[in-house]
Design a protein around this ligand. Structure first.
Ligand code: TYM
Length: 331
């Protein structure tokens, strides 16, 4: 059975981008593959270095993973920092990752722009830690959104480089995965790029948002003054709303508003109302389960412990092999 690995940073509540870009695939994959899903709390230290929010955020992501439908009996669900083998492999991979190639990564360039006062080495080697997460379980499939494509390419580079250097065909090549073939990019509500936690207030709709909060955010989404000619190309901010409709609404709804747009009869207020209601319906089961699960501390503790044991079983086997391959041997 093929092995799957993926993770989500513990920097706050999960949003529709995380759900439709990644988690929806996690849930589908759990029945067909040997899955490892984790909470990337080590990665979150590159941008959130203080302990203040760490534990709360890890708990929130764990709750939301479970609420979205991950079954800890079917998948290995764990917290990255509970598996120290990850950091050992990260160290080995760092010895063969070149500063030049790391500096060229798009996410590094974005991050140094976003936090010029904290350009730490962890940001630079972020893709190495990610490669370690993945190849630690010798995974071949990695369900992620479009923004992670370059990181997966780098993971393949590091895996292949290790194999070449030690002349051992040990790590398989990991590839980004989505059931519908194309990787997904869910747009935000600010009229610009993707939905994200750090893209500013009101851009992201969270899985834990109340129906009222969802309505408020969607009604404030950026729009233009409307089309002036039939079949006009949609500007970015309008295309974004249509992209969201495509994901959460029915095909009929999409077609209905698309026709209204193309004949210059669209009323954005109506479109937003429909979009908000469809988001509310799509997220309702998750929202309900978040409330139930978050109060069950004993269950959460048990899931995290069980996950750590299972993840370490797989990880320690790899580390044992890797030590042997690199040449660490006991006397
Ligand atoms: P993170 O925490 O930023 O996002 C988690 C997952 O959600 C996806 N995603 C999106 N997909 C579509 N549209 C969006 N607007 C959107 N926003 C987020 C991301 O693509 C991702 O799949 N580096 C990773 C975490 C990580 C990881 C790994 C992932 C650490 N190690 C190993 C896979 C394998 C990250 O920052 O994701």
């Amino acid at each position: 059975m093929e092995t799957v690995v993926s993770g989500i940073r513990s920097t706050g509540n999960l949003h529709l981008g995380n759900y439709y870009g990644a988690i929806q695939n996690f849930v589908k994959m759990q029945n067909e593959y040997n899955c490892f899903f984790f909470i990337a709390d080590l990665h979150s230290l590159t941008t959130h270095p203080t302990p203040a929010d760490l534990h709360g955020n890890v708990k929130q992501v764990l709750v939301e993973y479970l609420a979205a439908g991950l079954d800890p009996e079917k998948v290995t669900l764990y917290i990255q920092s509970d598996v120290p083998e990850t950091t050992e492999l990260y160290l080995y991979l760092n010895m063969n990752a070149y500063v030049g190639e790391l500096e060229r990564s798009t996410s590094f360039k974005d991050k140094i722009r976003a936090q010029p006062d904290n350009v730490n080495a962890g940001l630079l080697t972020y893709p190495v830690l990610m490669a370690a997460d993945i190849i630690l379980h010798r995974a071949t499939k990695v369900p992620v959104g479009k923004d992670q494509e370059q990181h997966l390419e780098m993971s393949r580079t590091f895996a292949n480089r290790f194999n070449r250097l030690y002349n051992h065909d040990y790590f398989p090549e990991p590839y980004a995965f989505n059931f519908s073939e194309n990787l997904v990019k869910i747009p935000g509500l600010d009229g610009k790029g993707k939905m994200g936690k750090s893209e500013g207030e009101g851009n992201a709709v969270y899985l834990s948002d109340s129906p009222e909060a969802i309505r408020k955010k969607v009604m404030r989404a950026v729009t233009d003054s409307g089309p002036t000619a039939d079949n006009q190309e949609k500007p970015q901010e309008i295309q974004n709303l249509f992209d969201l409709i495509k994901v959460v609404s029915s095909a009929d709804t999409y077609e209905h508003f698309d026709n209204l747009y193309n004949t210059c009869n669209i009323r954005y207020g109506d479109l937003k109302k429909q979009l908000a209601e469809d988001i509310i319906i799509a997220t309702a089961p998750i929202r309900d389960r978040i409330k139930d699960i978050s109060t069950d501390s004993a269950y959460l503790r048990q899931v995290a412990r069980h996950g750590a044991i299972k993840a370490r079983e797989s990880a320690s086997k790899t580390i044992k092999d890797v030590r042997e391959i690199i040449g660490f041997r006991s006397f």
